[in-house]
Design a protein around this ligand. Structure first.
Ligand code: FAD
Length: 458
């Protein structure tokens, strides 16, 4: 058993009211996230208030201790993975929804509240928070803001960044910084809220977040379109948007994704299909009935078989199937090398074709699914880490996929961030000048590099 460095062990004596643990079972539980990587932190601390966070950070700054903020650990690029000798700052005890302001359409909450719980609470007041990562029942708002999370509804409503109005954050030296405005508009000074959103826990620790919310849409229609061919599904995505229909979700699953879900938790998806689209429309009942008609016509012309979910239960069943894809893929192989590339929508079919060619050539299954309406494809290279040769060949595909993505005018990550996993590829997309500007910003906020060190920058 490892001994805890004295300056970290002293945290417990110095702040006896803040829960702290260096017990081996806790170190194991907080030493991994959904990236599949593992390390061992030196300790875990559970602040309850902004003041707790400020005290912890001030002490860590004086003692040069690395601190890794953690929401629910559902991040897939190892953003919350503790670096060696660091303390994990876990937000499980800061999960209060402080204020729902239905007149000014915003909500103030602590970072540890889960996205799903916030959605449910808002629904009771007739309100709606659009960003809906597939991990919404577990992931936290703090983690969503740190990763600038997206989700199926991004095609119509945008991503987390479009909803963050104010952030209360603790800087690495323990000072509290409140930034942003409570009003609909505000342009005084540089936009620090936008800078902090997506900063992956490397610039400041969020302790309160005010989010814009919307009135709930009047009605929703969900459609399932099943295509015999993968290309036809890709073509349908473009045709729907060209017909001036912006669904609130336009999700895609390829054949392997459908098969994996059906083997994991059967929902009746047709396993013989080449691909399927899950299309959801919201708005005034008359408007969405007309739009649904257009979608059915477009998909049918392209060889699709379209069904409309008749009730809430049927709709939830379809969404459960979509949300099950990620865990279901482990049925295929024990290791998932997961990327979330984005290409311009007009190149979606071409990119899907390239991915299929790479899979056929390498004999390594590549499963694609995701937010097709945004051109955001979750590419999953399925291998077995225990098979060194297969793992090496699978990993080599990542660079090829990234090169192709950038060549098409795309980006390496739509919503998962850089973290540790994508850091080695940063310079494929950003110039050395861009990277050096980002590094200067990091130094300005965190001159001692104690906050989530090793993330983003290679
Ligand atoms: C099954 C599955 C489906 C997913 N689907 C989606 C999806 O549809 N869209 C999407 O965008 N992502 C998705 N993700 C990825 C993940 O859920 C998101 O990145 C989510 O935002 C992470 O939230 P978390 O609370 O788990 O954060 P963590 O994983 O704990 O942390 C993520 C990052 O946020 C930082 N952080 C956490 N809290 C704070 C804080 N209070 N202050 C400062 N920094 C903080 C951490 O240091 C880390 O860098 C999915 C993941 C899984 C496993």
């Amino acid at each position: 058993m490892k001994t805890v460095p004295t300056n970290i062990a002293r945290l417990a004596d110095r702040f006896p009211d803040i829960p702290f643990s260096a017990a081996p079972e806790d170190l194991i539980c907080y030493g991994f996230d959904a990236s599949g990587l593992e390390t061992t932190p030196a300790a875990i601390i559970w602040p309850r208030t902004t003041d707790d966070v400020s005290k912890i950070m001030r002490y860590a700054y004086e003692e040069n201790i690395s601190v890794v903020p953690r929401g629910a650990g559902t991040g897939v690029t190892a953003g919350a993975l503790p670096s060696q000798g660091s303390i994990v700052l876990s937000f499980e005890k800061m999960k209060q929804i402080i204020e729902i302001d239905d007149e000014n359409l915003n909500v103030l909450c602590q970072p540890g509240v889960t996205n799903g719980r916030l959605q449910k609470e808002l629904e009771r007041s007739g309100l709606f928070y659009p960003p809906d990562p597939a991990s919404m029942n577990f992931c936290t708002i703090g983690g969503n803001v740190a990763e600038n999370a997206g989700g199926p509804r991004a095609i119509k409503y945008g991503v987390t960044r479009d909803y963050v109005m104010q952030i209360e954050a603790v800087l690495p030296d323990g000072e509290v910084l409140s930034t942003g405005v409570k009003t609909c508009k505000g342009v005084v000074g540089y936009d620090l809220v936008r800078l902090l959103t997506g900063s992956e826990g490397t610039l400041a620790v969020f302790t309160k977040i005010r989010l814009r919310v919307l009135p709930q849409p009047e009605d929703i229609v969900t459609l399932l379109a099943v295509f015999p061919l993968l290309d036809s599904a890709g073509d349908a995505v473009r045709a729907v948007i060209r017909a001036n229909v912006i669904p609130r979700a336009l999700e895609f699953m390829d054949r392997l994704a459908i098969e994996a879900v059906e083997q994991f938790s059967p929902t009746g998806l047709p396993q013989s299909a080449g691909a399927l689209l899950l299309i959801e429309l919201d708005g005034h009942p008359h408007a969405i009935t007309r739009e649904a008609g257009k979608v059915v016509e477009i998909c049918t012309k392209l060889g699709g078989d379209v069904k409309v979910a008749q009730d809430v239960l049927a709709r939830e069943r379809l969404w459960s199937a979509r949300r099950a894809v990620s865990p279901a893929l482990y049925r295929l192989k024990p290791t998932k090398i997961n990327q979330d590339i984005v290409v311009p929508r007009s190149r979606l079919t071409e990119m899907l074709r390239k991915l299929r060619e790479m899979s056929d050539r390498s004999k390594i299954p590549i499963v694609s699914f995701g937010h097709a309406g945004d051109g955001n494809i979750h590419v999953n290279i399925m291998v077995d880490r225990a098979d060194a040769d297969e793992y090496r060949r699978g990993s080599a595909l990542v660079e090829e996929i990234f090169r192709e993505t950038l060549h098409m005018g795309g980006t390496l990550s739509g919503e998962h961030g850089v973290g540790l996993s994508k850091a080695p590829y940063l310079s494929m997309e950003l110039s050395s000048r861009q990277i050096s500007v980002l590094e200067s910003i990091k130094r300005l906020f965190d001159p001692k590099n104690i906050l989530n060190p090793g993330k983003i920058f290679p």
